[in-house]
Design a protein around this ligand. Structure first.
Ligand SMILES: NC(=O)c1ccc[n+]([C@@H]2O[C@H](COP(=O)([O-])OP(=O)(O)OC[C@H]3O[C@@H](n4cnc5c(N)ncnc54)[C@H](O)[C@@H]3O)[C@@H](O)[C@H]2O)c1
Length: 291
């Protein structure tokens, strides 16, 4: 008995890296999987069918069920077609994992419009384009569902050289919090995921290179967190972002401090703020690039 017997899952960007690892684990746990991947390069150029096909073959070779889809998540038509692939092959969708992603890292001063637009298009608009038809399907079907949106510590905590990516990933988490509220009455849960793994996206980043790091930061170590999120193990939890990295899982959220308040919505002056800094400012979380 698998944790996901009889379930149908769509995983975007599942032709490699984290998406592939999620697809293999969910299929092993009994889910029928739509392996979506545009098959392009890390910066969002090109396309091809080989990446998605290879993961479908791997799943089938292990005795699982999977079908490929090669649409880009960046268009409304692409999102609709990803849902259609699932409905044609398996008749329904229970689980969506928005995972597709690209990187175009540059300091802000050097970032041009194309670097901004494409990163926002894949991560943020892509999350909208696929979620909308799937959410609508789940709502109409009336049997709930789970949607996992891949965010990042870069969005929630910040990272050098990633104003485009960080903006998109913080947007993904804002989207998730709002979607969780809207999904509640339909039993549709929404999670954020902030993963950490060596993949083609991260293998040449500082500190991530080498065979040792590949083993330590294997994407397969993140996927059990996704399994927890999309299975009945997480019961009715929704609207939460979990960080999942090698040997560590923790909640990651935007928070507000105790702050300073004045009765009757009284005016808080600049001097009041300066005098109450210890109540207003939170310490930077340990282990971030600011601490
Ligand atoms: N690896 C990490 O440490 C890390 C950290 C934080 C967040 N993430 C996020 O995790 C997700 C997976 O990243 P990864 O590290 O596995 O990288 P990856 O490059 O191995 O995987 C991303 C996949 O998305 C596919 N893709 C890109 N654009 C697409 C599009 N328009 N339509 C469909 N598919 C598309 C790519 O072909 C690729 O297979 C991304 O959203 C990434 O931003 C990764």
């Amino acid at each position: 008995m698998g944790l996901l017997d009889g379930k149908v899952a769509i995983i975007t960007g599942a032709g490699g890296g984290l998406g592939r690892a999620h697809a293999l684990l969910l299929a092993k746990e009994g889910a029928s999987v739509v392996v979506n991947d545009l098959g392009g390069d890390r910066a969002g150029g090109g396309k091809g069918s080989a990446m998605a096909d290879q993961v479908v073959d791997e799943i089938k070779a292990a005795g699982g069920q999977a079908v490929a889809n090669y649409d880009s998540v960046t268009t409304v038509e692409g999102g609709q077609n990803i849902l259609k692939t699932a409905l044609d092959a398996f008749g329904k969708v229970d689980i969506l994992i928005n995972n597709a992603g690209i990187l175009r890292d540059k300091t802000h001063a050097k970032m041009d419009e194309a670097d901004w637009d494409l990163v926002i298009a894949v991560h943020l608009k892509g999350t909208f384009c696929v979620t909308r038809p799937v959410f609508t399907h789940m709502r109409e079907r009336g049997e709930g569902g789970v949607i996992v949106n891949t965010s990042s510590t870069s969005g929630l905590l910040g990272n050098f050289g990633q104003t485009n990516y960080g903006a998109a990933k913080a947007g993904v988490m804002g989207f998730t919090r709002c979607l969780a509220l809207e999904g509640k009455k339909y039993g549709i849960r929404a999670w954020g995921l902030a993963p950490m793994a060596v993949t083609r996206m991260t293998e040449d980043l500082p500190g991530m290179g080498g065979e040792d790091m590949k083993a330590t930061m294997d994407p397969a170590k993140v996927s059990p967190t996704v399994l927890y999120m999309v299975s009945s193990l997480s019961k009715d939890k929704t609207g939460v972002c979990l960080y999942a990295g090698p040997g560590k899982v923790r909640e990651l959220r935007m928070v507000w401090s105790e702050g300073v308040a004045k009765a009757d919505a009284g005016l808080i002056t600049a001097e009041d703020i300066a005098a109450a800094e210890d109540k207003i400012f939170l310490p930077e979380p340990k282990g971030t690039i600011f601490s």
